[in-house]
Design a protein around this ligand. Structure first.
Ligand code: FES
Length: 500
């Protein structure tokens, strides 16, 4: 079985950063060392502020290192024409312009700091072999043109295409290499970057106080750059968490030319691109999105991706497989800026599948706001906006789904009654003395038992078999079999109960 790991580590030079080992005071503390956090640190440090980045694991190892490395001006997940319908054409144009500016920003940093991350200009192509997708693709093309993007019929791929278009001069890179090298270039006595330093508590105040497992940090302002902000925030009720899957395969036949290819099938799209690893070229195929915690036997997602690749190319073997999380906002736009009701806390979330572009844009917007000179897009993505019309249907859907999970899980029947029903490498919910327990058996037969109650807001976690994790369907917190937080808004681990 191929272990779960993204392709990006191959070709990324390993770098390490220190662990916080004392109490410190800075102008701005940034929680999270992915592309959003490191780019925000770059912006603020360049303006003369003292900053500290606190990363619970290693730099870029969260969502950034599990992304696709694709950069494009159209908002992919939601669809530009949908944003236009919800927000109007002027707003949709701002979205395209701001996303293009974020890509330019990345390219400028690569050039300024001499970052070697395989950045390439490539076309972005949306197409389908199926007539049922023609209407969606036509609407996307028309919306892209109204937003000022030039489109073309040309799709440089030797596959069956019923309908489609391309936009030239979009980009690709290795996101892990970019983020770690950027961090390496900017670290200094006034731009402190810490790894393996986990936030345990945060209190906004004068100053703000962050308690970590390694020391305390005081700051005048705090940026939550953790994909979904840690703790309790209004925006959690305005987003739905999804997982999407990726494989990298080697081919015996020809590889497609450089490009980002989105092949639509029904309402979903599969994304394809190539990447040159030090051991040779691979083709990346991504797709099979579903809501977090709703698919126990998710190996099928990898199998479907492989079938998809084999139907189109001469696949030799699958060499990598991984999955990534995304938070889809009810009204279609990310939340970037000062959090609702906060005076010193900034958030950056709701990026859907577009975290590299929106993460960079968030750093540009939040950096400007903290420096007291809000730029042209800070209202476009305001984190404290209320959008009853743009988000009504999806907001109701998201919260009905959370309410359902809360009720359904307390009537949970799809678990086990005895430990013997839990096979090796499997997880099941078992009720022990009236308490819902998440029970996992490892390959050697040892059982780990943690509370199944998510410490974020009390939903019951569900088993994720391919990634061997406990996933919360409500707001997307994920935990290891020992209960440690992997990602999501939960700060604390699942309560440990027993190891047998
Ligand atoms: Fe919110 Fe679990 S992530 S309740």
């Amino acid at each position: 079985m191929i272990p779960i790991a993204p392709v990006w580590k191959e070709g990324t030079q390993q770098m390490s950063f220190p662990i916080l080992n004392q109490d410190i005071s800075v102008d701005v503390a940034i929680i999270g060392g992915g592309i959003t956090g490191i780019t925000t640190a770059y912006q603020l440090a360049k303006a003369g502020m003292k900053v500290a980045v606190l990363e619970a694991r290693t730099i870029g190892e969260g969502s950034t290192g599990f992304s696709t490395g694709n950069l494009y001006a159209v908002p992919g997940s939601e669809g530009l024409h949908t944003i236009e319908q919800k927000w109007g054409s002027a707003h949709a144009k701002q979205v395209v312009q701001s996303r293009a500016a974020a890509i330019d920003f990345i390219e400028a940093r690569i050039s300024e700091l001499n970052i070697n991350c395989g950045f390439l200009h490539v076309p972005w192509c949306l197409f389908s072999a199926h007539a049922e997708s023609a209407s969606y693709i036509k609407k996307e093309r028309e919306a892209a043109e109204r937003a000022g993007l030039a489109t073309s019929d040309f799709i440089p791929l030797d596959l069956k295409v019923n309908t489609g278009f391309s936009i030239a001069n979009q980009a690709q890179f290795n996101p892990l290499q970019y983020t770690t090298e950027l961090a390496q270039r900017i670290k200094s006595d006034s731009c402190l970057i810490f790894e393996h330093t986990k936030m345990l508590e945060y209190k906004e105040g004068e100053p703000c106080l962050i308690t970590t497992d390694r020391g305390k940090v005081t700051a005048s302002a705090v940026v939550m750059a953790t994909h979904s902000p840690k703790g309790l925030y209004f925006v959690h009720s305005s987003m739905e968490p999804y997982r999407e899957y990726a494989i990298a395969v080697t081919l015996t036949g020809a590889y497609p030319p450089n490009g980002t290819y989105w092949d639509m099938k029904s309402k979903q799209h599969y994304s394809m691109r190539t990447y040159d690893t030090p051991r040779g070229k691979v083709l990346l195929v991504l797709g099979e999105k579903h809501k977090v915690g709703t698919l126990v036997h998710n190996e099928s997602c990898f199998e479907k991706l492989e079938s998809f690749a084999r139907e189109r190319f001469e696949v030799e073997s699958v060499v990598y497989r991984w999955a990534a999380q995304q938070y889809q906002p009810a009204d279609g736009l990310p939340f970037i800026g000062k959090s609702s009701g906060s005076t010193k806390t900034y958030i950056a979330t709701g990026f859907s599948a577009d975290g590299l572009v929106y993460g960079t844009l968030a750093a540009m917007i939040i950096g400007d706001e903290i420096m007291g000179k809000p730029g042209p897009w800070h209202k476009t993505y305001s984190a404290s906006r209320i959008t009853p019309i743009a988000s009504a249907t999806n907001y109701i859907k998201a919260n009905a789904s959370v309410a359902y999970e809360l009720v359904k899980d307390y009537l949970f029947k799809d678990g086990a009654k005895t430990f013997s029903e839990v096979a090796a490498n499997e997880g099941k919910i078992i009720e022990i003395k009236g308490e819902k327990c998440a029970v996992h058996r490892d390959h050697s037969g040892n059982l780990s038992i943690v509370s199944a109650v998510c410490p974020h807001m009390g939903c019951i976690v569900h088993w994720n078999s391919s990634e061997q994790s406990w996933d919360c369907p409500c707001h997307g917190s994920r935990f290891t079999t020992q209960g440690e937080v992997i990602e999501g808004p939960a700060i604390h681990a699942l309560n440990p109960l027993y190891v047998l």
